[in-house]
Design a protein around this ligand. Sequence first.
Ligand SMILES: [Zn+2]
Length: 134
Amino acid sequence: MGNHKAVTIQFPAPLPAEILCPICEGNKCKVCDMTGKMKLVVDAKVPIQRNLIVKYVSNNLEQIALELSRNYGLVPEVNTEEVFECNEKRQYEIVKISSLGGVIWIANRLDDLESPRYFTTLKELTRFKEGWFT
Ligand SMILES: [Zn+2]
């Protein structure tokens, strides 16, 4: 986050509050059940720091991802990034999957049967393409 100041976000939070009975002003009456007080739900807003929300999302990514898909129709972006041929004329399709949780690449062999390979860093993918993993 570097030098960024902590950003605070106001979240609605219904809070119970107790006030002096406005009818009897605390002298006890039928309206306040002879307590002199009344309970109200106040539509307050509580400040929450943005980095805590980010941490929460990070800690609960799988569940949040499911809810984002179910409730908002959000899905990761899936693209064929490229088709390339490496040593010995092996052909691979590189599929890139981008989501809130990060980016991964899948290498699918096109010219033969082979288990797909998964890469979680661009560095690994680059090494694979340069022929390090063949
Ligand atoms: Zn009262």
